[in-house]
Design a protein around this ligand. Structure first.
Ligand code: GLC
Length: 622
């Protein structure tokens, strides 16, 4: 494409593209052209405007890792983008043209599953194998439309004046892409809209509605959001945190997805719909813990349904359920099926117990309990080959602490699996808590055999941890690597050993000394994933130093159980301060433990655990 500057463009960094219906700020004056999800099926990666074939400044390629946001406002063309975001999946660009030449709107997108592309009566249809159709059209009718898979092909057809290229098949790769070019008559303003439906008919109806009366569609969408807050979200429980409260619910709600296709048959919350658009195991457990605070607990139970309905070999719950087998194959080389071959940190029983405490739904509990038992036993069957009662991570991704420096010497280049499971403190401490939760739940249902089994596992694992992972000299828990050698590195994983301990245990005070030491874990925005005085500590790389909300949440709740209330409250206070440290609430993936800066993926669902911290700072010890 020719990117010669046609006019003095004005690129403005902006966050205005996101439809924040709850504060009414949905319509910016200038559009933002950004990485845009369309019905979970595809992502727009670039929108360019051309006047008489020459590109205006302002179109920017999206980088997969960092969604970009820019506004485009030139003397010739202003674009205002609106979107109804989640439920309705309609979005449109209002193009105000003062240009004498003809305008070409050029859209590039990536798909997450193969698409068929068709043009019928001036409307472009992208049809996904996942049962979604995206309809795209311009109003007034575009002078011509060309669509296809390769930018160069589309450009060639466009330049040759061809206005129809029939059916096309987008390739079979994850980063498949497509292009559509629409022409607007000279000097005309128009609305370019995209709408998603399960059928062509549904998509077309939404499209027509958006073009006919965008305002009505917007009002409807805004109404849906307002209704969600009014009907289901409890009032912010603490004065001064209203903005954070709204933002956190917004993020969680906006990441909710509904593919309605097996095995993702039930709606669920993606960790971040921009880069993590399917379902993860421990993420969903954390999401359910937050969803339980809605006035109805339906969404909390539903959050776990896809996972619980698909136990795999020996009861394994799946790490990632992909909506498209083809994405799974790309990530894991595990055959053309939607289930990842791994599991993830066990938080499921903790989540089930907390949800059950809210809604007392014994029928659901009766159905769920056997699955929890089978799942916890799977760890002992599949991940404890030396039968010493300590389970291990099969690979870095399974640990959820993907790139922890503890795995550096274990992981083998190009291989998914560790040579043997790594007996990690956090895994075994979580298993202790999970079995304790199962014991209480079984006790509640009067299932004594299961209760006894669960209590016995909790005791055995705790003893094995203290015997084999506790370092008396350093007063810290260290993992054992694939050769059973201690990995002498202080990370949040070792601190999470607190989960397994009981008040009065000798190890508690030692761990707390590390936790509160400013040279180690007590940074301005604690708790860093790696202690500050470790050589591998860095502030900018996921699990190699940054602070995460989920591990803070686990630590806060266990500090409460260990009767360390003052410390728990202070850690919660600093966690809340961290997500607001840049002036406004930012629920991102991870944070700089020194400056509090939000990093990683934006609008990340489990960071909404701050809701749980606000809801109750003292009474929900785990
Ligand atoms: C990252 C995290 C992992 C999480 C996943 C989805 O890979 O390291 O723990 O489950 O994102 O949010």
């Amino acid at each position: 494409m020719n990117s010669r500057m046609q006019s003095a463009g004005n690129l403005v960094g902006s966050t205005g593209w996101k439809a924040r219906f709850w504060d009414g700020a949905v319509e910016g004056t200038v559009a933002a052209l950004g990485r845009i999800e369309v019905g979970e099926v595809l992502t727009l990666t670039a929108v360019r405007l051309l006047v008489d074939g020459v590109e205006l400044p302002g179109a920017v390629e999206a980088s997969a890792w960092q969604p970009w946001e820019v506004s485009l406002d030139t003397p010739q063309v202003a674009v205002r983008r609106s979107t109804t975001f989640e439920d309705q999946h309609v979005q449109w660009f209002e193009i105000q043209s003062a240009a004498a030449g003809s305008i070409t709107v050029w859209i590039e997108f990536e798909t997450r599953s193969p698409l068929k592309i068709a043009i019928d009566d001036g409307v472009v249809y992208w049809e996904s194998e996942l049962g979604r159709v995206v309809a795209v059209a311009c109003n007034p009718a575009a002078t011509r439309v060309v669509t296809g898979c390769e930018a160069a092909d589309v450009r060639r057809l466009w330049d040759a004046g061809v206005d129809f290229n029939g059916w096309a098949q987008v390739g079979e790769l994850r980063d498949s892409h497509g292009v559509v070019a629409c022409g607007l008559p000279a000097g005309r303003s128009g609305v370019l809209a995209l709408a998603v439906g399960r059928t062509r008919q549904e998509a077309l109806e939404k499209l027509t509605a958006a073009q006919g009366s965008p305002q009505t569609v917007l009002e409807h969408a805004r109404g849906t959001w307002e209704q969600f807050f009014a009907d289901n979200v409890p009032a912010c429980p603490r004065a001064g945190y209203e903005e954070l409260w709204r933002e956190a619910w917004y993020v969680l709600r906006a990441n909710r997805m509904d593919y309605a296709n097996p095995p993702l048959s039930h709606p669920f919350t993606s960790p971040s719909k921009f880069n993590y658009p399917h379902q993860w195991l421990w993420d969903s457990a954390f999401h359910a813990i937050v969803w339980r605070w809605l006035k109805s607990s339906d969404w909390a139970r539903m959050e776990l349904s896809n996972l619980l309905e698909h136990p795999l070999e020996h009861g394994r719950l799946c790490h990632e359920i992909h909506f498209s087998p083809w994405v799974c194959e790309l990530n894991y080389q595990h055959g053309h099926q939607p289930f990842a071959p791994t599991s993830q940190p066990p938080v499921m029983a903790i989540a089930v117990e907390l949800v059950h405490q809210r809604d007392k739904n014994d029928q659901w509990l009766r159905q769920t309990l056997p699955k929890l038992v089978a799942y916890l036993q799977w760890w002992h069957i599949a991940r404890d080959p030396d039968h010493d009662d300590l389970a291990g991570w099969g690979c870095g991704w399974e640990s959820g602490l993907d790139n922890s420096p503890r795995w550096d010497h274990v992981a083998q280049a190009g291989k998914l699996w560790f040579p043997a499971p790594v007996e990690a403190t956090e895994l075994n401490a979580l298993l202790v808590q999970e079995w304790r939760a199962v014991a209480r739940l079984a006790g509640h249902l009067g299932q004594t055999k299961i209760q006894n089994l669960a209590e016995s596992w909790a005791g055995r694992i705790k003893s094995a941890m203290i015997e084999r992972l506790w370092d008396t000299a350093d007063e810290f828990f260290y993992c054992r690597d694939h050769r059973e050698k201690p990995i002498r590195m202080k990370t949040v994983g070792g601190l999470l050993g607190l989960l397994a301990l009981d008040p009065g245990d000798a190890q508690v005070s030692g761990l707390l000394r590390h936790l509160t030491d400013e040279r180690e874990f007590w940074t301005p925005y604690p708790i860093p994933s790696v202690a500050r005085d470790e050589p591998s500590f860095t502030t900018g790389q996921m699990w190699r130093g940054p602070t995460w909300i989920n591990t803070n949440w686990l630590l806060i709740r266990s500090l409460e159980r260990l009767k360390q209330g003052t410390l728990a409250v202070e850690l919660a206070r600093r966690t809340l301060a961290m997500v607001q440290s840049e002036g406004s609430a930012k629920l991102w993936e991870w944070y700089d433990p020194i400056t509090g800066r939000a990093l990683g993926n934006k609008d990340y669902s489990w960071s909404a655990l701050v809701i749980d911290l606000l809801m109750d700072q003292s009474g929900h010890a785990i």
